[in-house]
Design a protein around this ligand. Structure first.
Ligand code: GLA
Length: 399
């Protein structure tokens, strides 16, 4: 069964763009295997756009660029498989990929068969150059069927950026994940804006078909292909990674894992956070704050397009996990440190219930004991604090 949990892996686009080679893919596979990513759950190694020649061959088949992939795609897939990983590739529902390479419009069944022959396990399917009069839902459905007909289990990662409210129908046409937003850029506003734009839609993201809010930029520090605006700080990357985990969305890394800062490797392989992302009930976070206000603005320094963003403020989320556990998460969008309080009555646990939360700090591992009524944390500017909580009956003397 594919995508029983949110898929995890690495994708070449954010750092490398068109600068991809088999050498790079082999090295990334080695690092994923040797440096704890595979054992943390990162499974798919995905080559994004720009892997093929600009023309199909005489039989109409896609051809890997021999300068970039001299050994051919089957050999690349074999190498990735030998490392115990799964191999992903990219195509597009339009008549050309976003970078101008041939894509699968009207070649869906032929391409899916070729991908299956190579040993592909994952297909990212983009939306550029889509004919104006074509039917988006139908074209994604065709590729979904083509993958099923290919005879190989291939995870279908649809990427139409939320067009036609993809959260309402992608599950029904067989997609395993669906990109629901435009592209992420490696800055603070970009990832916050993306997360916030999908808050209302996460309830439709569930096992076997997930809302995909794009590849992570954690650890990139503006090295690479999606560098726009101010690079993120370590704490901003903590916010990004933990927001993705709270949302229970696919975790596709985008940094150059060969040269990543150790703190960022630790963050990406944080067992507590990954277990929150992978929780089997896959419930989205509930926003406890009630004053959720969008402010239109144009941030010329940090974005390519006008953004809708929240005015600076404080966020509290609660996420229900399986086995009666919870996460309480605080995000401080101010520049300066602020106290954030969660009043337990606001998350369904009034004092009169007689219950409290036994709390553990997810980043420090510190056990905080049983709290009743409310909990306050001092949260640094542009930072977050997350707590794993267990329900405790305080009248039982249960600690
Ligand atoms: C689109 C997608 C990106 C990436 C590029 C490749 O912009 O949204 O994730 O795949 O195309 O050209």
């Amino acid at each position: 069964m594919l995508a029983a949990r949110p898929p995890m892996g690495w994708n070449s686009w954010n750092t490398f763009g068109e600068n991809i080679t088999e050498e790079l893919i082999f090295q990334i596979a080695d690092v994923m295997d040797a440096e704890g990513y595979k054992s943390s759950g990162y499974e798919y190694l995905v080559i994004d756009d720009c892997w093929s020649l600009k023309e199909r061959d005489k039989d109409g088949n896609l051809v890997p660029d021999p300068k970039k992939f001299p050994s051919g795609m089957k050999a690349v897939a074999d190498y990735v498989h030998q490392k115990g990983l799964k191999f992903g590739i990219y195509s597009c529902a339009g008549v050309m990929t976003c970078a101008g390479y041939p894509s699968s419009y009207d070649h869906e069944f032929q391409d899916a068969r070729l991908f299956a022959e190579w040993g592909v396990d994952f297909l990212k399917y983009d939306f550029c150059n889509f004919p104006k009069n074509a039917d988006c839902r139908n074209r994604y459905h065709i590729m979904s069927m083509a993958l099923k007909a290919s005879g190989r289990p291939i995870l279908f990662s649809a990427c139409n950026w939320g067009e036609e409210e993809s959260w309402n129908w992608m599950r029904s046409i067989g997609a395993h994940m669906y990109r629901s937003t435009g592209d992420i850029f490696d800055n603070y506003r970009s990832f916050l804006n993306i997360f916030q734009s999908q808050l209302e839609h996460f309830c439709q993201s569930a096992p076997y078909c997930y809302n995909d809010i794009d590849m992570l930029t954690v650890g990139m520090y503006n090295q690479g292909n999606v560098a726009i605006g101010k690079p993120c700080t370590d704490s901003e990357y903590r916010m990004q990674f933990s927001l993705w985990c709270l949302a229970g969305v696919p975790l596709m890394m985008g940094a150059d894992l060969r040269n990543i800062k150790p703190e960022m490797r630790e963050l990406l392989t944080n067992k507590e956070l990954i277990s929150i992302d992978q929780d089997r009930e896959c419930r989205p976070p509930f926003l406890v704050n009630k004053d959720f206000v969008y402010v239109e603005h144009e941030d010329k320094e940090n974005a390519t397009e006008p953004l809708r963003r929240l005015d600076d403020q404080l966020f509290t989320f609660i996420k229900h996990l399986s086995d009666n556990e919870f996460v309480i998460a605080f995000y401080n969008l101010f520049e300066e440190e602020r106290d954030i309080t969660c009043i337990f009555a606001d998350v369904g646990l009034p004092f009169s219930s007689g219950y409290g939360f036994s709390m553990k700090d997810i980043f420090t591992g510190e056990e905080l004991g049983v709290k009743r009524d409310y909990f306050t944390a001092a949260v640094l500017g542009h930072d977050c604090r997350l707590y794993r909580c267990r329900l405790v009956n305080c009248n039982d003397g249960g600690n």
